[in-house]
Design a protein around this ligand. Structure first.
Ligand SMILES: O=C(O)[C@H](O)COP(=O)(O)O
Length: 206
């Protein structure tokens, strides 16, 4: 039985390109982001991978990425579940602000704390810990049971919602996961044994 889980951060978004805090705001992919998603699909196809079900967030950039990947795989009709539990971390009052402008206003250290501390939320937003507290129950009750039942699953989501998943899957601490940067449009392939232990992890960087 193949217990396959592929995680993929969306391709570059319009707001990634503009260097804006995004969170739950809903920009689409840039042309580069489209190309990254298509390349991700081609890499998966070259490995002979296909899926039985897909999960994505309620945000356009992740849904569009998934659609492009599935298009490359010839699986455009795949059963897909969209849920805001998989959304990016809510950036609160920072959403829409330029990251360099924020550093000029509040200082490098404060902005780094908001972006990369585990449990300190940005004003009005979610910390990574808060994000994990909504992502992980969804993962445990929806996604992992599918994987363990032998369904081959792909999840297209976001830098911080995927960090929360990776932290749990790989047994990392808060300190360890905040140091992990996820590239846009790079699938991470996991396989599990019958106990749910990881037997393979491969990053499909271009
Ligand atoms: O929401 C955002 O702005 C990005 O997708 C992730 O931001 P980060 O690199 O600050 O975690």
């Amino acid at each position: 039985m193949d217990r396959l889980l592929v995680l993929c951060r969306h391709g570059q978004s319009e707001w990634n390109k503009l260097n804006l805090f995004t969170g739950w705001k809903d920009p689409d992919l840039t042309d580069k982001g489209v190309a990254e998603a298509q390349a991700a699909g081609r890499r998966l196809k070259a490995l002979g991978l296909g899926f039985d079900k897909a999960y994505t967030s309620a945000l356009t950039r992740a849904q569009h990425t998934l659609k492009l990947i599935l298009g490359e795989l010839g699986q455009s009709d795949l059963e897909t579940v969209k849920d805001q539990a998989l959304n990016e971390r809510d950036y609160g009052d920072l959403a829409g602000l330029n990251k360099d402008d924020a550093r000029a206003k509040w200082g490098d250290e404060q902005v780094k704390i908001w972006r990369r501390s585990y449990d300190i939320p940005p004003p009005g937003g979610e910390s990574l810990k808060d994000t994990a507290q909504r992502v992980l129950p969804y993962f445990d009750t929806h996604i992992m049971p599918d994987v363990m039942a032998g369904k081959r699953i792909i999840v297209a989501a976001h830098g911080n919602s995927l960090r929360a998943l990776i932290m749990k899957l790989e047994g990392l601490t808060g300190e360890q996961i905040i140091a992990r940067e996820l590239a846009t449009g790079v699938p991470i392939v996991y396989r599990f044994d019958e106990t749910g232990a990881i037997v393979e992890r491969t990053d499909l960087a271009a």
